[in-house]
Design a protein around this ligand. Sequence first.
Ligand SMILES: [Zn+2]
Length: 334
Amino acid sequence: MKVNIVISQQTQANDQFVADLAACVARSKRVLVITGAGISCSGGIPDFRSSDGLYNLVKKKHPKTVIRGKELFDATLFRDENQTKCFYTFMAELKSLISTAQPTETHSFIRELQEKGQLMRCYTQNIDCLEERLDLPVVQLHGSMAKVKCTLCSSSYNFSSDYEQQFREGSPPPCPKCEHADSERVRLGKRTLATGTLRPDIVLYNEEHPNGETIGRLQASDLKKKPDFMIVMGTSLKIPALKKFIKQAARMVHSTRTGRVVFVNKTPATKEWDSVFDYEVIGDTDEWVKMTQEKLEDEQAMLTAKLTLSGPTRSRIVATRSSSSTANCSELIT
Ligand SMILES: [Zn+2]
């Protein structure tokens, strides 16, 4: 049976479930964490599709090009020159936002798990690198906005403010390495070769992950180590490869005696996840983190919760303190 916790509904039952879940956190030794865009919203990475969001800035700059939000993250956009320009402008605006964004309470919570030696691995779909500011090691499933790479030779460079400015104008800068190789050929009297351009080092839809094999090996090794708790946060669970991994990992977690899997998100998971998640917390991830930390510091609550957990029942929580400040968070890239 899955336990639903809606954070906005402050009932006694919900409170008990939050305490039970906090006890799960406290006793876990090998925690797998999977994160998506929802955990960065309160840190200043807003809804890409909201009226005052990045998407509108792109439309202002390229009024004649029709492109939908999702298309901005699809590799097929490079077939169209105008859409490509939109992509670069969008990436510049996103980069600028990232530079002023801050890690959230949820990021800090994962960092604490790591400090306590409980974190086995954190996989993130986010490209904002907010984890780096806390020295929290993560596996980036969709690449990173910290670097740009050449479309031809894959050389990698820091995503500098100069590059950001060139991207903003919609024009991809040429790759320095390709340019150098070409000028050498010209100097030697050879024919010129094509030179690549730079793009953010992120993985788009319909594109293979360049580190896909390494990530696959890491995931296989994590499964073998039998995680005993998994937290899936701030993601709308849309990417097939990640869905598969979460389901495999959940089976391993459930094969341990007291293993539990929790899903924390603003919107509930669909029915296909009913046998995967034991707890479903509906609400802001920061809110859940705060509630959990309160319980962890509450000795009495922890004592009762541990008693509850000794039973065989598996449950699902819906936690929601009505907090609407980040209600429009995007899950576009999750
Ligand atoms: Zn190159």
